[in-house]
Design a protein around this ligand. Structure first.
Ligand SMILES: Nc1ncnc2c1ncn2[C@@H]1O[C@H](COP(=O)(O)OP(=O)(O)O)[C@@H](O)[C@H]1O
Ligand SMILES: [Mg+2]
Length: 255
Protein backbone atom coordinates (compact mmCIF):
# COMPACT_ATOMS: atom_id res chain seq x y z
CA UNK A 1 0.00 0.00 0.00
CA UNK A 2 1.16 3.52 -0.75
CA UNK A 3 2.08 5.66 2.25
CA UNK A 4 -0.40 8.49 3.02
CA UNK A 5 0.24 11.63 0.98
CA UNK A 6 0.69 13.86 4.02
CA UNK A 7 0.52 12.38 7.48
CA UNK A 8 0.75 14.16 10.84
CA UNK A 9 0.98 11.98 13.91
CA UNK A 10 0.65 13.01 17.53
CA UNK A 11 1.67 16.65 17.10
CA UNK A 12 2.16 18.50 20.37
CA UNK A 13 3.01 22.20 20.41
CA UNK A 14 3.07 24.25 23.62
CA UNK A 15 3.85 27.94 24.11
CA UNK A 16 4.69 28.10 27.81
CA UNK A 17 1.59 26.77 29.54
CA UNK A 18 -0.61 27.11 26.45
CA UNK A 19 -1.10 23.85 24.54
CA UNK A 20 -1.62 25.04 20.99
CA UNK A 21 -1.71 21.51 19.52
CA UNK A 22 -2.62 18.40 21.51
CA UNK A 23 -2.10 14.92 20.10
CA UNK A 24 -3.01 16.10 16.62
CA UNK A 25 -3.11 13.34 14.00
CA UNK A 26 -4.55 13.51 10.49
CA UNK A 27 -3.85 12.64 6.88
CA UNK A 28 -4.32 14.64 3.70
CA UNK A 29 -5.16 12.87 0.46
CA UNK A 30 -3.46 13.72 -2.79
CA UNK A 31 -5.46 15.79 -5.26
CA UNK A 32 -8.02 16.95 -2.73
CA UNK A 33 -8.96 20.31 -1.27
CA UNK A 34 -8.96 19.90 2.50
CA UNK A 35 -10.30 22.81 4.55
CA UNK A 36 -8.95 23.37 8.03
CA UNK A 37 -11.61 25.07 10.14
CA UNK A 38 -12.05 26.05 13.76
CA UNK A 39 -12.47 29.13 15.95
CA UNK A 40 -9.77 31.78 16.31
CA UNK A 41 -6.85 30.49 18.31
CA UNK A 42 -7.73 26.85 17.57
CA UNK A 43 -4.19 26.16 16.32
CA UNK A 44 -4.72 26.25 12.55
CA UNK A 45 -1.71 28.44 11.74
CA UNK A 46 0.33 26.43 14.25
CA UNK A 47 -0.41 23.30 12.19
CA UNK A 48 0.95 25.10 9.12
CA UNK A 49 4.04 26.15 11.08
CA UNK A 50 4.59 22.59 12.28
CA UNK A 51 4.23 21.06 8.79
CA UNK A 52 6.46 23.60 7.06
CA UNK A 53 9.37 23.69 9.50
CA UNK A 54 8.62 27.13 10.99
CA UNK A 55 8.39 25.55 14.40
CA UNK A 56 9.47 22.24 15.84
CA UNK A 57 6.71 20.33 17.66
CA UNK A 58 7.64 19.04 21.11
CA UNK A 59 6.17 15.68 20.11
CA UNK A 60 4.95 13.99 16.98
CA UNK A 61 6.00 13.79 13.38
CA UNK A 62 5.01 14.75 9.86
CA UNK A 63 5.70 12.73 6.74
CA UNK A 64 5.11 13.54 3.09
CA UNK A 65 4.83 10.73 0.54
CA UNK A 66 6.44 8.39 3.03
CA UNK A 67 9.38 10.66 3.80
CA UNK A 68 9.81 12.18 7.25
CA UNK A 69 9.93 15.99 7.31
CA UNK A 70 11.04 16.13 10.93
CA UNK A 71 13.91 18.51 11.53
CA UNK A 72 13.89 19.88 7.97
CA UNK A 73 14.22 23.65 7.47
CA UNK A 74 11.45 25.63 5.73
CA UNK A 75 13.44 25.87 2.48
CA UNK A 76 14.06 22.08 2.48
CA UNK A 77 10.34 21.52 2.88
CA UNK A 78 9.61 23.79 -0.08
CA UNK A 79 12.15 21.78 -2.07
CA UNK A 80 10.33 18.59 -0.98
CA UNK A 81 7.17 20.00 -2.57
CA UNK A 82 5.21 21.84 0.14
CA UNK A 83 4.74 25.62 0.09
CA UNK A 84 2.64 27.79 2.41
CA UNK A 85 1.18 31.27 2.41
CA UNK A 86 0.85 33.61 5.38
CA UNK A 87 -2.19 35.32 6.87
CA UNK A 88 -0.37 38.65 6.56
CA UNK A 89 0.66 38.00 2.93
CA UNK A 90 4.39 38.89 3.28
CA UNK A 91 4.67 40.38 -0.20
CA UNK A 92 7.41 42.83 -1.18
CA UNK A 93 5.38 46.06 -1.37
CA UNK A 94 8.00 48.03 -3.31
CA UNK A 95 8.52 45.41 -6.01
CA UNK A 96 6.26 44.75 -8.97
CA UNK A 97 3.87 41.82 -9.08
CA UNK A 98 6.15 40.09 -11.59
CA UNK A 99 9.27 40.58 -9.46
CA UNK A 100 7.45 39.12 -6.45
CA UNK A 101 6.90 35.97 -8.49
CA UNK A 102 10.43 35.91 -9.92
CA UNK A 103 12.05 35.89 -6.47
CA UNK A 104 10.16 32.68 -5.69
CA UNK A 105 11.25 30.80 -8.84
CA UNK A 106 13.94 28.27 -7.98
CA UNK A 107 17.37 28.95 -9.49
CA UNK A 108 18.18 26.86 -12.51
CA UNK A 109 21.45 24.94 -12.63
CA UNK A 110 24.25 27.13 -13.97
CA UNK A 111 22.43 30.36 -13.11
CA UNK A 112 24.85 31.55 -10.45
CA UNK A 113 25.11 35.36 -10.44
CA UNK A 114 28.82 35.30 -11.27
CA UNK A 115 27.99 33.43 -14.48
CA UNK A 116 26.28 36.56 -15.79
CA UNK A 117 29.69 38.26 -15.96
CA UNK A 118 31.42 35.49 -17.86
CA UNK A 119 28.49 34.38 -20.03
CA UNK A 120 26.34 37.49 -20.51
CA UNK A 121 24.38 36.16 -23.50
CA UNK A 122 23.49 32.94 -21.70
CA UNK A 123 22.51 34.95 -18.61
CA UNK A 124 20.26 37.34 -20.50
CA UNK A 125 18.48 34.43 -22.22
CA UNK A 126 17.98 32.72 -18.87
CA UNK A 127 16.58 35.95 -17.44
CA UNK A 128 14.18 36.27 -20.35
CA UNK A 129 12.98 32.68 -19.80
CA UNK A 130 12.40 33.38 -16.13
CA UNK A 131 10.36 36.48 -16.89
CA UNK A 132 8.25 34.51 -19.38
CA UNK A 133 7.67 31.84 -16.77
CA UNK A 134 6.74 34.51 -14.22
CA UNK A 135 4.25 36.05 -16.65
CA UNK A 136 2.66 32.65 -17.32
CA UNK A 137 2.15 32.14 -13.60
CA UNK A 138 0.60 35.60 -13.26
CA UNK A 139 -1.70 34.81 -16.19
CA UNK A 140 -2.74 31.60 -14.45
CA UNK A 141 -3.96 33.51 -11.39
CA UNK A 142 -5.58 36.23 -13.51
CA UNK A 143 -3.03 39.02 -12.97
CA UNK A 144 -1.66 39.42 -16.52
CA UNK A 145 -2.59 43.10 -16.65
CA UNK A 146 -0.98 43.81 -13.29
CA UNK A 147 2.48 42.30 -13.92
CA UNK A 148 4.37 45.60 -13.85
CA UNK A 149 2.35 47.23 -11.10
CA UNK A 150 3.91 47.76 -7.68
CA UNK A 151 2.33 45.58 -5.01
CA UNK A 152 1.34 48.64 -2.97
CA UNK A 153 -0.92 49.70 -5.88
CA UNK A 154 -2.72 46.34 -6.08
CA UNK A 155 -6.08 45.80 -4.44
CA UNK A 156 -6.21 43.45 -1.45
CA UNK A 157 -7.85 40.78 -3.62
CA UNK A 158 -5.08 41.09 -6.22
CA UNK A 159 -2.47 40.80 -3.46
CA UNK A 160 -4.10 37.58 -2.26
CA UNK A 161 -3.94 36.18 -5.81
CA UNK A 162 -0.30 37.23 -6.00
CA UNK A 163 0.57 35.27 -2.84
CA UNK A 164 -0.82 32.20 -4.58
CA UNK A 165 1.18 32.99 -7.73
CA UNK A 166 4.28 33.10 -5.58
CA UNK A 167 3.52 29.66 -4.16
CA UNK A 168 3.07 28.32 -7.69
CA UNK A 169 6.47 29.73 -8.64
CA UNK A 170 8.12 27.42 -6.12
CA UNK A 171 6.82 24.44 -8.11
CA UNK A 172 5.38 22.88 -4.93
CA UNK A 173 2.63 20.26 -5.37
CA UNK A 174 1.05 20.63 -1.91
CA UNK A 175 -0.07 24.19 -1.16
CA UNK A 176 -0.99 25.34 2.35
CA UNK A 177 -3.10 28.50 2.16
CA UNK A 178 -3.75 30.48 5.34
CA UNK A 179 -7.09 32.28 4.95
CA UNK A 180 -6.79 33.01 1.20
CA UNK A 181 -10.39 34.26 1.08
CA UNK A 182 -10.60 36.35 4.24
CA UNK A 183 -11.39 40.04 3.87
CA UNK A 184 -12.39 39.78 0.22
CA UNK A 185 -15.28 41.40 -1.63
CA UNK A 186 -17.81 39.03 -3.23
CA UNK A 187 -16.19 39.36 -6.66
CA UNK A 188 -12.66 38.76 -5.39
CA UNK A 189 -13.93 35.80 -3.36
CA UNK A 190 -15.33 34.18 -6.51
CA UNK A 191 -11.99 34.71 -8.27
CA UNK A 192 -10.08 33.01 -5.44
CA UNK A 193 -12.52 30.08 -5.27
CA UNK A 194 -12.31 29.58 -9.04
CA UNK A 195 -8.52 29.68 -8.82
CA UNK A 196 -8.41 27.05 -6.05
CA UNK A 197 -10.59 24.75 -8.16
CA UNK A 198 -8.31 25.38 -11.16
CA UNK A 199 -5.25 24.49 -9.11
CA UNK A 200 -6.93 21.26 -8.11
CA UNK A 201 -7.55 20.37 -11.76
CA UNK A 202 -3.88 21.17 -12.45
CA UNK A 203 -3.06 18.35 -10.02
CA UNK A 204 -2.22 20.38 -6.92
CA UNK A 205 -3.27 19.29 -3.44
CA UNK A 206 -4.55 22.05 -1.17
CA UNK A 207 -4.87 22.49 2.56
CA UNK A 208 -6.82 25.69 3.17
CA UNK A 209 -7.64 27.54 6.38
CA UNK A 210 -11.09 28.99 5.78
CA UNK A 211 -13.74 30.59 8.01
CA UNK A 212 -16.56 31.14 5.57
CA UNK A 213 -18.79 28.03 5.65
CA UNK A 214 -20.22 28.91 2.26
CA UNK A 215 -16.70 28.78 0.81
CA UNK A 216 -15.97 25.54 2.66
CA UNK A 217 -19.13 23.94 1.28
CA UNK A 218 -18.22 25.04 -2.22
CA UNK A 219 -14.57 24.04 -2.39
CA UNK A 220 -13.81 21.40 0.25
CA UNK A 221 -13.63 17.69 -0.45
CA UNK A 222 -12.67 17.09 3.13
CA UNK A 223 -12.77 19.14 6.34
CA UNK A 224 -10.59 19.05 9.45
CA UNK A 225 -12.19 20.66 12.51
CA UNK A 226 -9.79 21.95 15.12
CA UNK A 227 -10.71 23.30 18.55
CA UNK A 228 -8.30 24.34 21.32
CA UNK A 229 -5.52 22.34 19.71
CA UNK A 230 -7.61 19.17 19.43
CA UNK A 231 -8.66 17.69 16.14
CA UNK A 232 -12.37 17.27 16.87
CA UNK A 233 -13.48 15.75 13.58
CA UNK A 234 -12.53 14.97 9.99
CA UNK A 235 -15.14 14.41 7.27
CA UNK A 236 -17.10 15.78 4.35
CA UNK A 237 -18.24 19.43 4.55
CA UNK A 238 -21.87 18.27 4.81
CA UNK A 239 -21.11 16.09 7.81
CA UNK A 240 -18.97 18.67 9.63
CA UNK A 241 -21.29 21.62 8.99
CA UNK A 242 -24.42 19.72 10.02
CA UNK A 243 -22.90 18.39 13.26
CA UNK A 244 -24.70 20.27 16.08
CA UNK A 245 -21.85 19.83 18.57
CA UNK A 246 -19.35 21.37 16.14
CA UNK A 247 -21.75 24.17 15.21
CA UNK A 248 -22.10 24.98 18.90
CA UNK A 249 -18.32 25.36 19.20
CA UNK A 250 -18.00 27.30 15.98
CA UNK A 251 -21.02 29.57 16.00
CA UNK A 252 -22.33 29.34 19.54
CA UNK A 253 -25.18 27.31 18.10
CA UNK A 254 -26.35 29.73 15.42
CA UNK A 255 -25.56 28.40 11.96
N1 LIG B 1 4.60 32.09 18.66
C1 LIG B 1 3.65 32.01 19.58
N2 LIG B 1 3.89 32.30 20.87
C2 LIG B 1 2.93 32.19 21.83
N3 LIG B 1 1.67 31.78 21.57
C3 LIG B 1 1.35 31.49 20.32
C4 LIG B 1 2.30 31.58 19.25
N4 LIG B 1 1.71 31.21 18.07
C5 LIG B 1 0.44 30.90 18.41
N5 LIG B 1 0.22 31.06 19.73
C6 LIG B 1 -1.05 30.78 20.45
O1 LIG B 1 -1.42 29.45 20.11
C7 LIG B 1 -2.82 29.37 19.90
C8 LIG B 1 -3.09 28.92 18.48
O2 LIG B 1 -2.71 29.94 17.61
P1 LIG B 1 -2.92 29.86 16.02
O3 LIG B 1 -2.38 28.57 15.53
O4 LIG B 1 -2.35 31.10 15.45
O5 LIG B 1 -4.52 29.86 15.90
P2 LIG B 1 -5.46 30.02 14.62
O6 LIG B 1 -4.60 30.13 13.43
O7 LIG B 1 -6.32 28.79 14.64
O8 LIG B 1 -6.29 31.24 14.86
C9 LIG B 1 -3.38 30.76 20.21
O9 LIG B 1 -3.81 30.78 21.55
C10 LIG B 1 -2.19 31.66 19.99
O10 LIG B 1 -2.30 32.83 20.78
MG1 LIG C 1 -4.39 31.59 12.02
Amino acid sequence: MNPPYLQAEGLEVAFGGLRALQDCSFTIEQGRITCLVGPNGAGKTTIFNAITGFLKPQEGSVSFKGRSLDGLKPQDIVAAGIARSFQNLRLFQDLTALDNVLVALPNMAGEEPIGAIFRPLHASRALKRRREEGREILAHVGLTDRANEFVRNLSYGEQKLLTIARLLATGAELLLLDEPASGLSAGALEAVMALLRRLQSDGKTLLVVEHNTRVVQKIADDVLFLHQGHLMAQGTPERIISDPALAEIYFGGAI
